[in-house]
Design a protein around this ligand. Structure first.
Ligand code: ZN
Length: 239
């Protein structure tokens, strides 16, 4: 694994508003505490989510962008970018790979965090088709697109974006996590980030308890003990 001291920039690529907050906001808060620069890239605006059906889809997109900006701020992230694709219709196309490779070359991250591209047969929720599409396209953008100067040559020619090699990827939502981060110190900030998604979580009874019990279970699995919280990832070396 990459030593902590060699992680100076992190890019988190997710499908929808709130995905980053469920998957990795605790770890992100700890990165920010250490002075790491973190960028969020959201492929959709989550315009097919929420309970406020009186909003049309464009109203929902706008609301969910605003909620995501607040959630990012709760863990110290201010660089939040949106690709504006349609919620529920994401496919791992060449065009999406180009868009993600562009941001990788702009941000030049040491570490990328994204969705696991495979279906989780133990727990279906993380395997939304948009998540799998974004995870697959992001891994393809990491290898080979972003590092290969001959992939999408217009990125160099028209935008001056030189090739960049991401050295490690952490995948969320998979069935075989092999790296756990103790986020106990940051669990209140993670909860604040999640609660920023008012349109998604305000109606959920016992939301804080639900979140805490889920991440306490990861901590137990990791052997961190009682009254601890953890996020789990599958680490993929990509250097
Ligand atoms: Zn999602």
């Amino acid at each position: 694994m990459l030593p902590e001291s060699e992680i100076n920039r992190v890019l988190v690529v997710t499908a929808h508003p709130d995905d980053a907050d469920f998957g990795s906001a605790g770890s992100v808060a700890l990165f920010v505490d250490r002075g790491v620069e973190v960028t969020y890239l959201l492929v959709t605006d989550g315009d097919a989510g929420g309970n406020e059906r009186e909003l049309d889809n464009s109203g929902m997109a706008e609301l969910r962008r605003t909620e995501q900006l607040a959630a990012a701020k709760a863990v110290g992230v201010t660089d939040v970018r949106f690709l504006g694709r349609s919620d529920g219709q994401v496919v791992p196309s060449l065009d999406l790979r180009r868009s993600i490779a562009r941001v990788i070359r702009q941000v030049r991250p040491d570490l990328v965090i994204t969705h696991h591209p495979d279906r989780n047969y133990q727990f279906i929720a993380p395997s939304h088709p948009d998540h799998r599409a974004v995870g697959g396209a992001t891994l393809d953008a990491v290898y080979p697109d972003a590092r290969n100067p001959y992939a999408f040559p217009e990125l160099i020619k028209d935008e001056g974006l030189e090739a960049w090699t991401v050295r490690e990827v952490w995948l969320t939502g998979g069935s075989t996590p092999n790296h756990f981060v103790d986020i106990t110190e940051a669990v209140d900030r993670k909860l604040a980030a999640l609660r920023s998604h008012v349109s998604q979580v305000a109606h959920v009874d016992g939301f804080a308890d639900f979140v805490k019990s889920r991440f306490a279970a990861w901590a137990k699995q990791a052997g961190f003990g009682d009254d601890r919280y953890a996020e789990g990832f599958q680490v993929v070396p990509t250097a």
